[in-house]
Write a protein that binds this ligand. Structure first.
Ligand code: 5RP
Length: 240
C-alpha cells in the first residue's frame, strides 16, 4: 500500500472501477456549452468521455474536443463528439485527464497508458487541467509508479544506456507479444523504477529531459488544476 493512505485502501477491482466511473461522471458534469475540451486517455478518462457523450446526446450541450490519443479519438468519434484539428487551435478551455500518481503539491506521474506526450501538449494549452483519479493515486511521494519516458527509436539502446549510466533503473515497455511498445507518435517508452520513490522530481526531470533522444517525461508539474478524487462508494472529493 502507498505511504499514508491506509484510510483509502481499496478492496477489489470493482471498487476501483466504481471510483473511476464516479469521478469520470462528476468531471463530465463540469463541461459547459461551447467549450473546447481536451479529452484524456486511460480507464478513468474513458468514463469521463463516455459520460460526456451521454450528456451531448441527452441535452443541448454543444462542445468541440481534441483527444490525447488515438484510443480517445476513436471513442469520441464513435460517440459523435466533434473533434477539431490540434493545428487549428491555440488553447483549450478545459482538459480532463487521469493520472498514475499525484502528490499534495499536485505534481504528477502520467503515461501509464502511453499517451504522455500528447497529454502534456494538450494540458499545456488548456486554461484548466482537471485531474480525475481514484483514491489510490494520491500519494505522499511520487515514484511508487514507474516513470514513463518517451524516446525516439533512433539510438534507443544508447539512450537507455545513458539513462542507466546516470543511475536510473529502467527498461523498455513491451507489448504482450514482447515487442517494443510504440506510442501513437511512433516512439518507444522506457519505464523508470525508483527503488526508494522519487526524492527530487524536479532534478530528475531536468536530468532526464536533457538527454538527447528523450522526447518527454511523464512528470507533470504546474499543470493540474482541480483534482477530483473518486471513492469506491461513489462519492467524489475535491483535493484541497
Ligand atoms: C495515460 C495516462 C493516464 O491518465 C494514466 O495512466 C491513468 O490511467 P487510468 O485512468 O487507466 O488509471 O497518463 O497516458
Amino acid at each position: 500500500m502507498r505511504e499514508g493512505l491506509k484510510q483509502f485502501q481499496m478492496k477489489t477491482p470493482q471498487d476501483k472501477d466504481h471510483a473511476k466511473e464516479a469521478v469520470g461522471k462528476a468531471a463530465a458534469a463540469l463541461i459547459q456549452n461551447g467549450m473546447l475540451v481536451g479529452l484524456g486517455t486511460g480507464s478513468t478518462a474513458h468514463y469521463f468521455i463516455q459520460h460526456l457523450i451521454e450528456r451531448t446526446r441527452n441535452s443541448d450541450l454543444k462542445i468541440n474536443a481534441v483527444a490525447t490519443s488515438e484510443r480517445s479519438t476513436h471513442q469520441a468519434r464513435e460517440g459523435g463528439i466533434p473533434l477539431v484539428d490540434i493545428n487549428t487551435i491555440t488553447h483549450l478551455d478545459i482538459t480532463v485527464d487521469g493520472a498514475d500518481e499525484i502528490d499534495h503539491q499536485k505534481r504528477m506521474i502520467k503515461g501509464g497508458g502511453g499517451a504522455l506526450l500528447r497529454e502534456k501538449i494538450i494540458a499545456s494549452i488548456s486554461h484548466e487541467m482537471v485531474v480525475i483519479i481514484d483514491e489510490e493515486k494520491l500519494v505522499d511521494r511520487l515514484g511508487h509508479f514507474p516513470l514513463p519516458i518517451e524516446i525516439v527509436p533512433f539510438a534507443h539502446q544508447l539512450t537507455l544506456s545513458r539513462i542507466k549510466n546516470l543511475g536510473y533503473q529502467g527498461n523498455f515497455r513491451k507489448t504482450s507479444s514482447n515487442e517494443l511498445y510504440l506510442t501513437d507518435n511512433g516512439n518507444y517508452i522506457i519505464d523508470i523504477h525508483f527503488p526508494n520513490c522519487c526524492q527530487s522530481p524536479e532534478k530528475d526531470q531536468d536530468t532526464l529531459s536533457s538527454i538527447p533522444g528523450v522526447v518527454e517525461t511523464g512528470f507533470f508539474f504546474h499543470l493540474a488544476g482541480r483534482v477530483l478524487i473518486g471513492k469506491a462508494d461513489g462519492t467524489v472529493l475535491l483535493l484541497p
